[in-house]
Design a protein around this ligand. Structure first.
Ligand code: MG
Length: 295
């Protein structure tokens, strides 16, 4: 396969973000539905979820091997790092967001909203202040395949922000299925995928000084398959999952190029010592590609 076969250039601007003679590496094949990758710089590994198999896997970038990290993983989905480098995890089965401390113990950060259990937290990010933002769609309670069948106690599917004082606030409440989320480089705009609409939509919310979102505006509609997870690079481009690979959007939401992947992509994260390697979870496989831009 020629390297050009991995990329679709829609706008010439995409050319400067990719490298010549770079291939997409297949790092692992053997999951059922892989999701939620996070790169952990201190360990030089990528943790990622295999939700239906109820496990978290670890790609060791030094050895180039994949092994089990957690084999009873509470049907974990999204992961991220907080500013202290601790791994945060969304758990479907236990319907909560947890933090793995430096000593290995788990701290429950959120498992209810106003006394009602969360649905099944899906994806999570932390801002520079250490506040935690996560989505809570129903995918982990609507089928036992990705968690356990259960009724929604909140009756809603929200985006939440967890503040330093432990207060959990529902900040976006008008989406069908809030899924992947990201903050702009200046942390003044919150991006959230709604994967419950057809086509799936990426919405942008301007945040006020306290972190309260204004009205959402449509930023982009998915043209192939479904948006799920996304990350933003150092120049402000959005790299989002889709049915035919990874779609790259510019700061105006225009699709400028694609990384073509032979399976449906669920999520991406930048990693590697230079933060210039995009790790891609795609159905059964973990892929990676070096880019010409840093995450
Ligand atoms: Mg997701």
């Amino acid at each position: 396969m020629r390297y050009t076969d991995w990329f679709e250039i829609i706008d010439p601007a995409f050319r400067s973000l990719i490298l010549p003679n770079v291939h997409v590496d297949l790092l692992y094949a053997g999951g059922r539905w892989l999701e939620g990758p996070v790169y952990v710089p201190a360990a030089r590994h990528v943790l990622f979820s295999d939700i239906p198999n109820n496990r978290v896997l670890r790609y060791d970038e030094v050895a180039g091997t994949v092994s089990d990290f957690e084999t009873i993983a509470n049907f974990a989905n999204g992961h991220t790092l907080d500013p202290q480098g601790r791994v945060l995890t969304c758990e479907h089965l236990t319907r909560r967001v947890t933090r793995r401390e430096h000593d290995g113990t788990l701290t429950v950060l959120a498992d209810n909203f106003e006394g009602k259990r969360l649905n099944s937290p899906n994806d999570v990010i932390a801002d520079r202040q250490g506040r935690i933002w996560f989505t809570d769609p129903s995918y982990g309670i609507s089928t036992p395949y990705e968690g356990s069948l259960a009724a929604s106690e909140t009756g809603t599917r929200n985006v939440y922000r967890l503040d330093h004082d432990g207060k959990l606030e529902a900040v976006v409440c008008d989406l069908e299925q809030p899924n992947g989320l990201a903050l702009s480089r200046d942390e003044k705009t919150l991006f959230v995928v709604d994967s419950g609409t057809s086509p799936a939509r990426l919405l942008a919310y301007d945040l006020d000084a306290t972190g309260k979102p204004g009205a959402g505006r449509l930023f982009s509609e998915c043209t192939v398959g479904m948006y799920d997870g996304l990350r933003i690079d150092a120049l402000g481009h959005i790299w989002t999952s889709a049915g035919d690979g990874v779609h790259c959007l510019d700061a105006d939401g225009k699709l400028i190029g694609k990384i073509l992947i032979p399976e449906t992509v669920s999520n991406v994260c930048f990693g590697g010592p230079e933060k210039n390697r995009l790790f891609i979870t795609a159905t059964r496989c973990l892929y990676a590609v070096f880019t010409n831009v840093r995450g």
